[in-house]
Design a protein around this ligand. Structure first.
Ligand SMILES: [Zn+2]
Length: 457
């Protein structure tokens, strides 16, 4: 039995094509102007829709202890919410905390993903490294054999970060393994000192968060990372780029001919600015919804990053989904913004927020590059995923660009009590979503199927 998606606009690596797509088992088995149904085939008329390879969110934190609390979303709820928005695969950050081997961390994350009632979307893992030792290269090699083709280090957060010499060694290992190093770029010393000073001035609310993490702290770390990567000859992904100054550092590296410089940004840095920290409500604490690192920036930064997206300078748009409830979790930081769990939700709404924000500026091919093909290429999922082609995985998002709906915490599937895009009028919505050939979502609602599984990269 085949599933034939008929009369759609197919978004393929060769361009847009009017036609039909056939799925059978876990694969795409046909792509043509017309596919004649045989007895037993199921046909969905998708005229008026854009047919994308399933979207890939390559930066998530699900079912994770972040040092302050557990995230609100589990693998079960997070991958279901992802699929409702059109995302068929996430690459989540497994983290080897200090004293824990990467092998144990990967086993732990895989068991967490398998522990609920099932995952709706597929998932892979990056491995975040929080300490460096003589055995680290061997552990990284074993990770690579287990399907982990990207690693992460931090230049901020005292309990996670490596120093520059350790970062350099890690980059050299990535080079030897043909892996990508994803790096959180903020100058941790500067952030720690500024947090102390802002609190000492008596600024304790959410508005203190951006004051303690200036754009310069990001730009310094981006620049330093890119020079270290150049020394090592390694490929790097600057995660969640948030500032124009950081973008200038990326441009400088590319202008001097450096290869393997990838840039990721997130919907929040393309749509929201730091006035949100002053949002009224919850006794002046509503701004805690936007306490994430890096913080929301100035309108000029938002404009610069949008320009970079339009100019093709951004390789992937991911969410950094790391959800905490405002009530019961974030509010533990009332009276001290450094104790507000860092992070926000977005795994469900990234495609709609981006399609709407760039409506009339980015067509389906560019959306496909930023939300599916780009992350697939950077993170080793290509050519199995991230493209519509015969033989590729049957991860498909049928997108209805004419749908109109309003984003709201009241109707979302993310297991968290708010969304940064409350009231956002979205243009376009996932109509049908398939994961490895199984229909998991119809018109934004889950069907209950949970085919999601670990994807080795
Ligand atoms: Zn993150």
């Amino acid at each position: 039995m085949r599933r034939i998606l008929a009369n759609g606009t197919l978004v393929t690596p060769e361009g847009l094509r009017r036609g039909d797509l056939a799925l059978e088992g876990e694969k795409i088995v046909g792509l043509a102007a017309h596919i004649e149904p045989e007895p037993g085939d199921e046909v969905e008329d998708v005229s008026g829709c854009w047919v994308f390879p399933g979207f890939i969110d390559a930066h998530t934190h699900l079912q994770c202890w972040t040092g302050m609390d557990w995230t609100a979303d589990s693998f079960e709820t997070g991958t279901r919410a992802a699929a409702c928005g059109g995302t068929t695969c996430v690459v989540d950050y497994a983290t080897a905390d200090r004293g824990v081997t990467m092998d144990d961390a990967l086993a732990e994350w895989r068991s967490r993903a398998a522990s609920g009632a099932g995952c709706t979307a597929n998932y892979g893992f990056h491995m975040a490294i929080s300490e460096w030792g003589p055995d680290s290269p061997a552990q990284m090699r074993r990770m690579r054999e287990a399907g982990v083709s990207s690693f992460k280090t931090y230049l901020a957060y005292d309990h996670l970060r490596l120093n520059d010499a350790e970062t350099l060694e890690c980059l050299e290992c990535c080079r030897d393994l043909d892996a990508v190093l994803c790096v959180h770029c903020e100058n941790g010393d500067v952030v720690s000192e500024l947090q102390r000073r802002v609190l000492a001035e008596g600024i304790t609310g959410p508005e203190g968060h951006p004051l303690s993490r200036p754009a310069e702290a990001e730009a310094d770390a981006v620049s330093r990372l890119l020079y270290l990567a150049q020394i090592a000859g390694a490929r790097v992904n600057v995660v969640h780029l948030s500032t124009e100054l950081g973008l200038l550092a990326v441009r400088a590296a590319r202008a001097r001919g450096q290869q393997g410089v990838y840039v990721e940004t997130c919907p929040q840095y393309l749509t929201l600015d730091d006035t949100r920290y002053l949002e009224a409500g919850d006794d002046g604490f509503a701004g805690a919804k936007y306490v994430m690192s890096p913080p929301l920036r100035k309108p000029a930064d938002v404009r610069a990053l949008r320009g970079a997206v339009l100019a093709g300078e951004v390789d992937s748009i991911a969410t950094d989904h790391c959800s905490f409830n405002l009530r019961g979790q974030k509010d533990r930081g009332r009276g001290d913004f450094t104790k507000i769990p860092n992070g926000g939700p977005g795994i469900e709404h990234r495609p709609a927020v981006m399609a709407t924000t760039f409506e009339g500026q980015l067509g389906p091919e560019e959306l496909c590059r930023l939300l599916s093909e780009g992350p697939a290429r950077v993170f080793g999922l290509w050519p199995e995923r991230g493209r519509l082609a015969v033989g590729a995985a049957a991860d498909v998002c049928v997108w209805d660009p004419s749908a109109r709906w309003t984003i709201s915490a009241a109707t979302q599937h993310q297991a968290v009590d708010y969304t940064p895009w409350e009231g956002f009028e979205a243009h376009g919505r996932a109509h049908l979503v398939y994961v490895d050939g199984e229909l998991v979502v119809r018109d934004g609602e889950p069907t209950g199927a949970t085919p999601g599984r670990y994807v080795a990269r």
